[in-house]
Ligand binder design. Sequence first.
Ligand code: SAH
Length: 535
Amino acid sequence: MVTSHSGFRPSNRVESQLRMKNQMTESEKGIVYLVGAGPGGPGLVTRRAYALLARADVVVYDYLVHPDLIAACRADCERVYVGKKAGRHSIEQNKIEEILVDWVRSGKRVVRLKGGDPFVYGRGGEEARRLRDKGIPFEIVPGVTAAVAAAGYTGIPLTQRNTSSAVVFLTGHEDPEKKTTVVDWRAYGALDATLCIYMGMARLREIVDELIAGGRAPDTPAAAVQWASLSRQRTCRATLRELPDAVREAGLGAPAVVLVGEVVAVGDGLDWFERRPLFGRRVVVTRNREQAGELRDKLEEAGAEVLEIPMVRIRGDHDERVWKEILEGLGAYDWLVFSSANGVRHFFEYFLKRHADVRDLGSMRIAAVGRGTARAIEGYLLKPELVPETATADGLADALIATGSLDSAKILVVTGNRGGDKLVTRLEQDGFAIVDRLPVYRTDLQTLEELPQVEDFRERGADYMVFTSSSAVQSFVSQAAKLKTGPEAATPLACSIGPVTTEKLKSLGLTVHVEPCEQTLDALVASIIEHARSP
Ligand code: SAH
């Protein structure tokens, strides 16, 4: 037999090329990716899922999919929610399949994002078969399924040498209308395996009775894990027989997985997630959206549940005429001074958009009010040569004056529409400098009605509310009525990043419970942890 270099006979090669061509035109026509979104936390998702989300034309998603994943889509990506709405059922499966087919037929790349893994109680099989029947190309991206997440995040191993060598996934949801197969619970009660029960909370008593009737020892260790991997995770451990009562007393409900088996006892003391210092604490972050992320990450890392309620909105605001003059005389400045990280961001965004190049800044010396601002500058590959110990207008003015370089020097101070006055005055009056002020952004009040998370706050309240600027404090106080919490809600304690914010809080009659000695986000989070630990 004559074989070509690739191992195909020539005729086959042509065929395979043709096939490839067909596949290409098909994928140009559209494709569906059935993607596992994991158990909730946005970090528990594959890189493949993120990559597909970033280039999807359409994302069709469920209840329990984390909003950060949806936020990872392109701005012009069509977002279609097909999950449960408050008090309403989810859209019927048939309808979802139709939606997928319609989009893909119009040539779109569709990501069908499903909680956990698409092939574990996710009806991914049905969707894939429907796509195959219609000749629509698809791919499947696995995800971390709830039972695996619950195991990892409670420290309960699913298998353990000499204790459990088998794992069974079961569903407690048996809707008579939905023709699901009936689980023979007694048969599973006779098995020596770790049982992972999905959707079992509503019928837990019945399920447990059947497992025991089937032979499972009533004192088998068991646990129910609600909201696994999320900061609101809750775990209830008891013997199998006592679990239904314990769950009811603790007020645990769906979504939860129930784990049954000796492995639950192996997990004693391994519950690393719930032992983190801020676990179970709700913290409101009042920073503007662009800046909240870093603080949010640090708080979540410590175990807190973070609610972002930005009190202010910051946007670029530039006066063409002022910029023109400044750019023309750029070479004459000795110092470029930044009084906030927002100033840095909006300055460089505009500066570089004007076809300027960072080298146009010449040999100007650069100063930053604090370390956060310095880091923002370093983001543009520039190093500030002056960062004062105390991150305040006075601290910065003192440090600049102490360099002995200000007398008749020309200084450009980059600020927002508010603030900056004190710094400018001190540099002029005490440093004898010639100062130009360049406002590059505006700080506006965020109208709280527009934010969905405000409702959540009114209902449940929070343990701490963190302020990192006086403008956020001002906004909070002026809109306090809209944040009035209900009778069940916890009243948050105010935390302040530093002296200026603290002063503002106090001047408006608020008590400050947490303030770090050093004005950094790390120190702030450390102080909250210390406060939470103290009895
Ligand atoms: N495909 C999903 C399961 C969907 S069925 C997966 O692979 O995980 C929905 C059920 O999954 C819920 O009723 C609950 O039993 C479980 N579940 C989903 N997310 C969960 C979570 N974060 N914590 C606990 N259980 C969860």
